[in-house]
Design a binder for this molecule. Structure first.
Ligand code: NAI
Length: 456
């Protein structure tokens, strides 16, 4: 049988693409070598959210007195937190399996190897069997970057250094945790282990945390976590990982910090090798599988969605990319709007942003005006955040006042940001946003408040 679509990789891009194609009547084969759900479900988004929710409950309970609530004798049981994480993952994995079945997707649990391409289509070997498909979707994801730091490989092998692939199996909170890389994974895990009671040190190469998030918002987040006891070493370069310690240079001399465990989170790279992709010879660029905004590679019929194309490396981007790939296969002309993809860091407070920052707009030579207001303008924020210092920053084009960027630091920011993304996607101007009715009292009202605070 010749499949209409063969998908390699069962993460968000792979299972979503397979489901959509199956739902639309295509004959679909999905090949996954480990667990359905990919990094997101098994060692990423979902495990971290279950852990972080436990940390949030724990931290709020400890801070109950600030809200007039007396709490005594509370503690965090890491073994149970991890057991609950496993339960949540199991439920969602079953959901993915059911959906695939419902959409008539054939699933093969094996390593897929691309053999080549002939007049009938793409030939893929999985297990002992050979399969042929008219279209092929590569959704093989990404793997952690392992920098050449002396001692790192050994420490990884011995289990002192962990990546996101291993950390969620910890059933004990380490006394000390050194996080190498103050990006998204590093910050979320620093937040968790700080709340859970570890002494956390974050070593970051750059002078800021959180990658490209708005610098003012990054500074507020940094201040929040320094206040909670996380030690941040910025402009710092790790020179060696040794038994129970990490050495680094920050400023003049070499320093060292004690580390029962180390989390390595210095970024991820597309997973492109070991499954025969070279047999199709698609164009690669800077270690990623090059695609256009419709997920098409340089090889007709070969698509790539998710981390493997290196464009955004977020699960929600992967979903959208899978949608446009399948749309193309079904004959529709669709593209991903990469200008309106939200990004979230699930710390407490959360950071969420979408679109341009003042910095990125300046790099593009766009004339903009920005408005920044304190989250304390929101009644609900004030009621729920004793001592909170959250911010809302909007970026508009000048003179049209079209919204092109929204940056938030506040609880619930992750739940608000899609609305902001929609405003940007729909190219809404300040005058139109003013007419939107926001429920009161909500944290989301801050967007309306910020728009009304624009001059004019
Ligand atoms: P990242 O790219 O977010 O951050 C890596 C950080 O490490 C950067 O700040 C970088 O300057 C720093 N760095 C690089 N080399 C270093 C070195 N040798 N020493 C010290 N610092 C160094 O990558 P991260 O956190 O590993 O996350 C990987 C991917 O997973 C990201 O692409 C992210 O989009 C995704 N992810 C998304 C989440 C979310 O949406 N909430 C949560 C977790 C991960």
């Amino acid at each position: 049988m010749v499949y209409d679509l063969i998908v390699i990789g069962g993460g968000p891009a792979g299972y979503h693409g397979a489901n959509l194609a199956g739902k639309n009547g295509l004959k679909v084969l999905l090949i996954e070598k480990t667990a359905l759900g990919g990094v997101c479900l098994n060692t990423g988004c979902i495990p971290s959210k279950t852990w972080l929710h436990a940390a949030k409950i724990y931290a709020e309970a400890k801070n109950g007195a600030a809200y007039g609530v007396r709490t005594e004798g509370i503690s965090l049981d890491q073994e149970r937190v991890t057991a609950r994480k496993n339960k949540v993952v199991k439920i969602l994995a079953a959901g993915i399996r059911n959906q695939l079945q419902k959409n008539n997707v054939q699933v093969v649990a094996a390593q897929g190897d691309i053999i080549g391409r002939d007049e009938t289509g793409f030939m893929v070997k999985a297990g002992e069997d050979y399969y042929s498909g008219k279209n092929l979707l590569i959704a093989t994801g990404s793997v952690p970057i392992i920098p050449p730091i002396p001692g790192l490989e050994t420490a990884l092998r011995e289990g002192m250094v962990l990546t996101n692939e291993e950390i969620f199996n910890l059933s004990r909170v380490p006394a000390s945790l050194v996080v190498i890389g103050g990006g998204v994974i590093g910050l979320e895990m620093a937040a968790y282990f700080n709340a859970a009671g570890s002494k956390v040190t974050v070593i970051e190469l750059r002078d800021r945390i959180g990658g490209e998030i708005d610098p003012e918002i990054a500074a507020v987040l940094l201040g929040n976590y320094r206040k909670k006891g996380v030690d941040f070493r910025l402009n710092a370069r790790v020179t060696a990982v040794e038994r129970k310690r990490v050495k680094f240079i920050a400023g003049d001399g070499e320093e060292e910090v004690e580390a029962e465990q180390v989390l390595l989170s210095v970024g991820r790279r597309p997973f492109l090798s070991g499954f025969g992709l070279e047999n199709l010879n698609p164009v690669l660029e800077k270690g990623r599988l090059l695609v256009d905004r419709s997920g098409r590679t340089s090889v007709p019929g070969l698509y790539a969605a998710g981390d493997v194309n290196g464009r955004s490396m977020l699960a929600h981007t992967a979903y959208r990319e899978a949608e446009v790939c399948v749309g193309r296969i079904l004959g529709r002309t669709e593209e991903v709007n990469y200008e309106a993809i939200p990004a979230v860091i699930y710390t407490s407070p959360e950071v969420a942003s979408v679109g341009e920052s003042a910095e990125s707009a300046a790099r593009k030579g766009l004339a903009v005006e920005t408005v920044t207001i304190s989250m304390r303008y929101s009644g609900r924020y004030l009621a729920e955040h004793e001592g909170g210092d959250g911010l809302c920053k909007l970026v508009f084009t000048r003179p049209e006042q079209r919204l092109i960027g929204v940056h938030l630091i506040s609880e619930y920011a992750s739940e608000l940001i899609y609305g902001a993304g929609m405003m940007i996607d729909r190219k809404m101007q300040a005058e139109e946003i003013k007419k939107v009715v926001f429920p009161h009292p909500t944290i989301g009202e801050i967007i309306k408040e910020a728009v009304w605070s624009l001059p004019g």
